[in-house]
Design a protein. Sequence first.
Length: 238
Amino acid sequence: MTDDSIDIATLQQRAKTQQEIEGAITQMFAPEDEGLRQALITAKEAGLPQIQISPIQGKLLQLLATTCQARTILEIGSLAGYSAIWLARGLPAGGRLITLEINPLHAEIVRQSFVRADVGDRAEVRVGNALELLPQLEKEGPFDLVFIDADKPAYPQYLDWALRLTHPGSIIVADNCIRSGEALREPEQVGDEGTAALAEYNKRIVNNPRLLSLALAMDDDYMDGFTIAVVLPESKER
Ligand code: DHB
Ligand code: MG
Protein backbone atom coordinates (compact mmCIF):
# COMPACT_ATOMS: atom_id res chain seq x y z
CA MET A 1 0.00 0.00 0.00
CA THR A 2 1.40 3.40 -0.94
CA ASP A 3 1.04 6.34 1.41
CA ASP A 4 -1.52 8.14 -0.80
CA SER A 5 -3.95 5.25 -0.53
CA ILE A 6 -3.94 4.97 3.27
CA ASP A 7 -7.40 5.39 4.75
CA ILE A 8 -8.35 7.76 7.56
CA ALA A 9 -8.69 4.99 10.15
CA THR A 10 -5.11 3.86 9.49
CA LEU A 11 -3.85 7.44 9.76
CA GLN A 12 -5.72 7.93 13.04
CA GLN A 13 -4.33 4.68 14.41
CA ARG A 14 -0.83 5.75 13.39
CA ALA A 15 -1.22 9.17 15.06
CA LYS A 16 -2.47 7.45 18.23
CA THR A 17 0.48 5.04 18.25
CA GLN A 18 2.89 7.93 17.73
CA GLN A 19 1.37 9.70 20.73
CA GLU A 20 1.64 6.54 22.83
CA ILE A 21 5.28 6.15 21.85
CA GLU A 22 5.97 9.79 22.75
CA GLY A 23 4.28 9.25 26.12
CA ALA A 24 6.18 6.05 26.81
CA ILE A 25 9.55 7.58 25.89
CA THR A 26 8.78 10.58 28.08
CA GLN A 27 7.82 8.42 31.04
CA MET A 28 10.78 6.12 30.62
CA PHE A 29 13.58 8.51 29.60
CA ALA A 30 12.46 12.06 30.38
CA PRO A 31 10.17 12.14 33.41
CA GLU A 32 9.76 15.59 34.95
CA ASP A 33 10.68 16.00 38.58
CA GLU A 34 9.04 18.46 40.96
CA GLY A 35 11.41 21.29 39.92
CA LEU A 36 10.49 21.06 36.25
CA ARG A 37 6.79 20.59 36.98
CA GLN A 38 6.77 23.58 39.31
CA ALA A 39 8.53 25.76 36.71
CA LEU A 40 5.69 25.07 34.27
CA ILE A 41 2.95 25.58 36.86
CA THR A 42 4.43 28.90 38.03
CA ALA A 43 4.85 30.13 34.45
CA LYS A 44 1.28 29.16 33.59
CA GLU A 45 -0.09 30.94 36.66
CA ALA A 46 1.84 34.07 35.67
CA GLY A 47 0.25 33.97 32.23
CA LEU A 48 3.41 33.13 30.24
CA PRO A 49 2.74 31.48 26.87
CA GLN A 50 2.93 27.69 27.10
CA ILE A 51 5.30 27.16 24.22
CA GLN A 52 8.16 25.47 26.03
CA ILE A 53 10.04 22.53 24.59
CA SER A 54 8.84 18.97 25.27
CA PRO A 55 10.40 16.81 28.01
CA ILE A 56 12.10 14.70 25.30
CA GLN A 57 13.66 17.85 23.85
CA GLY A 58 14.72 18.88 27.35
CA LYS A 59 16.40 15.54 27.91
CA LEU A 60 18.15 15.87 24.54
CA LEU A 61 19.55 19.25 25.62
CA GLN A 62 20.81 17.69 28.85
CA LEU A 63 22.31 14.83 26.87
CA LEU A 64 24.05 17.19 24.42
CA ALA A 65 25.45 19.33 27.26
CA THR A 66 26.80 16.17 28.88
CA THR A 67 28.19 14.85 25.58
CA CYS A 68 30.24 17.97 24.90
CA GLN A 69 31.23 18.11 28.58
CA ALA A 70 29.83 21.61 28.75
CA ARG A 71 31.03 23.78 31.61
CA THR A 72 29.58 27.00 30.16
CA ILE A 73 26.14 27.26 28.56
CA LEU A 74 24.43 30.27 27.01
CA GLU A 75 20.68 30.36 26.41
CA ILE A 76 19.07 33.12 24.36
CA GLY A 77 15.40 33.41 25.45
CA SER A 78 14.46 31.98 28.88
CA LEU A 79 10.65 31.88 28.74
CA ALA A 80 9.68 29.68 31.74
CA GLY A 81 13.21 28.56 32.56
CA TYR A 82 12.15 25.02 31.66
CA SER A 83 14.82 24.36 29.02
CA ALA A 84 17.47 26.05 31.18
CA ILE A 85 16.72 23.67 34.05
CA TRP A 86 17.23 20.65 31.76
CA LEU A 87 20.45 22.21 30.41
CA ALA A 88 21.80 23.17 33.84
CA ARG A 89 21.39 19.55 34.91
CA GLY A 90 23.89 18.63 32.20
CA LEU A 91 26.55 20.80 33.86
CA PRO A 92 29.20 19.47 36.23
CA ALA A 93 29.75 21.02 39.67
CA GLY A 94 31.18 24.49 39.12
CA GLY A 95 29.59 24.75 35.67
CA ARG A 96 27.67 27.85 34.67
CA LEU A 97 24.59 28.70 32.59
CA ILE A 98 23.61 32.22 31.58
CA THR A 99 20.15 32.76 30.12
CA LEU A 100 19.01 36.03 28.51
CA GLU A 101 15.46 37.26 29.00
CA ILE A 102 13.93 40.49 27.74
CA ASN A 103 10.96 40.55 30.14
CA PRO A 104 11.93 41.45 33.75
CA LEU A 105 8.79 39.85 35.22
CA HIS A 106 9.45 36.59 33.40
CA ALA A 107 13.08 36.76 34.52
CA GLU A 108 12.02 36.97 38.16
CA ILE A 109 9.79 33.92 37.76
CA VAL A 110 12.65 32.04 36.11
CA ARG A 111 14.97 32.93 39.02
CA GLN A 112 12.51 31.48 41.51
CA SER A 113 12.10 28.35 39.39
CA PHE A 114 15.90 27.87 39.27
CA VAL A 115 16.08 27.91 43.05
CA ARG A 116 13.18 25.46 43.39
CA ALA A 117 14.77 23.16 40.80
CA ASP A 118 18.07 23.26 42.70
CA VAL A 119 20.07 24.90 39.90
CA GLY A 120 20.12 28.40 41.43
CA ASP A 121 23.83 28.00 42.18
CA ARG A 122 24.79 27.50 38.53
CA ALA A 123 22.06 29.18 36.46
CA GLU A 124 21.82 32.95 36.11
CA VAL A 125 19.20 35.10 34.33
CA ARG A 126 20.25 38.38 32.69
CA VAL A 127 17.55 40.85 31.79
CA GLY A 128 17.55 42.84 28.58
CA ASN A 129 17.46 42.73 24.82
CA ALA A 130 19.71 39.82 23.83
CA LEU A 131 21.32 41.79 20.99
CA GLU A 132 22.44 44.36 23.58
CA LEU A 133 23.55 41.78 26.17
CA LEU A 134 25.47 39.50 23.79
CA PRO A 135 28.44 41.87 23.16
CA GLN A 136 29.07 41.97 26.92
CA LEU A 137 29.41 38.18 26.98
CA GLU A 138 32.56 38.13 24.86
CA LYS A 139 34.70 38.46 27.97
CA GLU A 140 32.77 35.65 29.70
CA GLY A 141 32.92 33.09 26.89
CA PRO A 142 33.60 30.98 25.08
CA PHE A 143 30.52 28.85 25.65
CA ASP A 144 30.48 25.09 25.15
CA LEU A 145 26.80 25.03 24.23
CA VAL A 146 24.44 27.76 22.99
CA PHE A 147 20.66 27.27 22.88
CA ILE A 148 18.67 29.77 20.82
CA ASP A 149 14.92 29.99 21.56
CA ALA A 150 13.96 33.66 21.39
CA ASP A 151 12.32 36.13 18.96
CA LYS A 152 12.43 34.52 15.52
CA PRO A 153 13.35 37.51 13.26
CA ALA A 154 16.71 37.84 15.06
CA TYR A 155 17.78 34.18 14.66
CA PRO A 156 20.37 34.94 11.92
CA GLN A 157 21.93 37.59 14.20
CA TYR A 158 21.88 35.17 17.12
CA LEU A 159 23.73 32.69 14.92
CA ASP A 160 26.46 35.28 14.24
CA TRP A 161 26.81 35.78 17.99
CA ALA A 162 26.74 32.06 18.72
CA LEU A 163 29.62 31.59 16.26
CA ARG A 164 31.59 34.39 17.91
CA LEU A 165 31.00 33.07 21.42
CA THR A 166 31.82 29.39 20.82
CA HIS A 167 34.88 27.26 20.00
CA PRO A 168 35.51 24.11 17.92
CA GLY A 169 33.58 21.32 19.62
CA SER A 170 30.82 23.63 20.88
CA ILE A 171 27.23 22.78 20.06
CA ILE A 172 24.68 25.33 18.83
CA VAL A 173 21.04 24.26 19.17
CA ALA A 174 18.08 26.32 17.95
CA ASP A 175 14.39 25.70 18.60
CA ASN A 176 11.51 26.11 16.13
CA CYS A 177 13.59 25.46 13.02
CA ILE A 178 11.03 23.31 11.17
CA ARG A 179 7.73 25.20 11.45
CA SER A 180 5.62 22.58 9.62
CA GLY A 181 8.29 22.54 6.90
CA GLU A 182 8.05 26.28 6.18
CA ALA A 183 11.47 26.98 7.71
CA LEU A 184 13.04 24.41 5.36
CA ARG A 185 12.10 26.40 2.25
CA GLU A 186 14.14 29.09 0.52
CA PRO A 187 13.90 32.20 2.76
CA GLU A 188 12.66 34.39 -0.12
CA GLN A 189 9.72 32.03 -0.63
CA VAL A 190 8.52 32.39 2.96
CA GLY A 191 6.01 35.19 3.61
CA ASP A 192 6.13 35.54 7.38
CA GLU A 193 9.13 37.56 8.60
CA GLY A 194 9.93 35.35 11.59
CA THR A 195 9.64 32.11 9.63
CA ALA A 196 11.73 33.57 6.78
CA ALA A 197 14.44 34.33 9.37
CA LEU A 198 14.28 30.72 10.58
CA ALA A 199 14.68 29.57 6.96
CA GLU A 200 17.66 31.93 6.62
CA TYR A 201 19.13 30.49 9.84
CA ASN A 202 18.84 26.95 8.46
CA LYS A 203 20.37 27.94 5.13
CA ARG A 204 23.31 29.59 6.88
CA ILE A 205 24.11 26.66 9.16
CA VAL A 206 23.89 24.19 6.27
CA ASN A 207 26.21 26.32 4.11
CA ASN A 208 28.71 27.19 6.84
CA PRO A 209 31.81 25.01 6.40
CA ARG A 210 32.59 25.47 10.11
CA LEU A 211 29.39 23.66 11.09
CA LEU A 212 28.08 20.12 10.87
CA SER A 213 24.33 20.32 11.36
CA LEU A 214 21.00 18.52 11.33
CA ALA A 215 17.34 19.50 11.72
CA LEU A 216 15.21 17.12 13.76
CA ALA A 217 11.40 17.16 13.66
CA MET A 218 10.85 16.20 17.26
CA ASP A 219 8.34 18.33 19.15
CA ASP A 220 5.21 16.60 20.40
CA ASP A 221 3.56 16.43 16.97
CA TYR A 222 6.70 16.30 14.79
CA MET A 223 5.80 19.62 13.12
CA ASP A 224 8.64 21.59 14.66
CA GLY A 225 11.97 20.92 16.31
CA PHE A 226 15.62 21.71 16.84
CA THR A 227 18.52 22.17 14.58
CA ILE A 228 21.73 20.94 16.15
CA ALA A 229 25.07 22.22 14.84
CA VAL A 230 28.56 21.29 15.98
CA VAL A 231 31.40 23.79 15.51
CA LEU A 232 34.11 21.83 13.68
CA PRO A 233 37.83 22.03 14.36
CA GLU A 234 39.66 23.82 11.53
CA SER A 235 41.16 20.56 10.27
CA LYS A 236 37.67 19.12 9.75
CA GLU A 237 36.01 22.10 8.08
CA ARG A 238 33.89 20.97 5.17
C1 DHB B 1 6.19 29.28 19.37
C2 DHB B 1 6.86 28.19 19.87
C3 DHB B 1 8.10 28.35 20.41
O1 DHB B 1 8.80 27.31 20.89
C4 DHB B 1 8.70 29.59 20.43
O2 DHB B 1 9.93 29.68 20.91
C5 DHB B 1 8.01 30.69 19.93
C6 DHB B 1 6.76 30.52 19.41
C7 DHB B 1 4.85 29.08 18.78
O3 DHB B 1 4.43 27.94 18.64
O4 DHB B 1 4.22 30.06 18.45
MG1 MG C 1 10.79 27.70 21.08
